[in-house]
Design a protein around this ligand. Structure first.
Ligand SMILES: Nc1nc2c(c(=O)[nH]1)N[C@H]1C(S)=C(S)[C@@H](COP(=O)(O)O)O[C@H]1N2
Ligand SMILES: [Mo]
Length: 223
C-alpha cells in the first residue's frame, strides 16, 4: 500500500501519545462504555453488548499526524456504524440530528469526530490487534480505530462515547498545534489552519522525543 502524503513507514508499532511517560490506565475488571450526550437515556454498554454486534476485521496502516506510519496492522472488533445503528439510533428522539461524536479514554484523552467520518466503513471499536487482545500500550481493553484519519482521532482505552448535535467546545482550538477537525490522512489534514505540507517539519521534530518518552521501560512498567 502506498503511504499518504508526508508519511514515513517505521519498524513495528510504537506506543505514542499525549500520555507521554504516564503508564497506561489499569484495565477495569468489568469494562464498559458509557453512552451520553443528546440521547434520550444515558446507557452503559458492556463487553457482552459489544460482543452481540457483528464482528469485523480491518487490515490497515496506522498514520500518526507527526509523520510515522505503522504498516500492515490487523484490527478486529465491532464496526462503529453497526453500534450506532443498533444501539444509538433507537435512543434518539425524532428530529435529533447528531453531527459530532466525542470519544473519551480512561486517561481522559478525548477526540472529537464528525459523525459522517465515524460512520466510515473502516472505523472500529477494536478489541484485538494482530490476532491478540489489545495490550495496554495500544489501548486495552478497547479503542477507537479510524485508519483513514490521523492517529490522534483513534482514542485508546475507550470508556465513553458522547453524541452531539453541534460542535462541542474544543479546548485545543487555539493551541499552536490545533488539530484539523477531520484529520483525513489522504487529504493531509494535519492542522486546523495551516496546510499539512507546511507543518510537516514541525511535527517530524516531535516524533523522536515523544516516542522515547512514550516507550515503557523497566522503570515505568506497572508492577
Ligand atoms: N487514550 C489515549 N488515546 C490516544 C492517545 C493518548 O495519549 N491517550 N494518543 C493518540 C495519538 S497522538 C496517537 S498517534 C495514537 C497512538 O496509538 P499507539 O500508542 O497505539 O501507537 O493514539 C492516540 N490515542
Ligand atoms: Mo499521534
Amino acid at each position: 500500500m502506498p503511504l499518504p502524503p508526508g508519511q514515513r513507514a517505521i519498524e513495528g508499532f510504537p506506543r505514542f501519545g499525549t500520555h507521554l511517560h504516564h503508564p497506561p490506565p489499569p484495565i477495569p475488571a468489568d469494562p464498559v462504555i458509557e453512552i451520553g450526550g443528546a440521547v434520550s437515556e444515558a446507557v452503559t454498554l458492556s463487553m457482552a453488548d459489544l460482543g452481540a454486534l457483528p464482528r469485523r476485521q480491518v487490515d490497515a496502516d496506522f498514520h500518526c499526524v507527526a509523520g510515522w506510519s505503522a504498516t500492515d496492522l490487523r484490527w478486529e472488533g465491532t464496526s462503529f456504524a453497526a453500534l450506532y445503528r443498533a444501539r444509538i439510533e433507537p435512543l434518539l428522539a425524532p428530529g435529533t440530528a447528531i453531527s459530532h461524536v466525542v470519544f473519551t479514554g480512561l486517561d481522559d484523552y478525548r477526540s472529537i469526530v464528525l459523525l459522517e467520518d465515524a460512520l466510515a466503513e473502516d472505523v472500529l471499536i477494536a478489541d484485538r490487534l494482530d490476532g491478540r487482545p489489545l495490550d495496554s500500550d495500544h489501548g486495552a481493553p478497547i479503542r477507537l480505530v479510524s485508519p483513514h484519519q490521523y492517529g490522534f482521532v483513534n482514542t485508546k482505552h475507550l470508556c465513553r462515547i458522547e453524541f452531539h448535535t453541534s460542535a462541542p467546545p474544543d479546548p485545543d482550538r487555539f493551541s499552536p498545534l490545533a488539530a484539523h477537525p477531520r484529520a483525513r490522512v489522504w487529504a493531509e489534514e494535519r492542522h486546523r489552519y495551516l496546510p499539512g505540507r507546511a507543518v510537516r517539519p514541525i511535527y517530524h521534530s516531535l516524533v523522536r522525543p515523544i516516542r522515547a518518552l512514550s516507550a515503557r521501560g523497566s522503570r515505568t512498567r506497572p508492577r
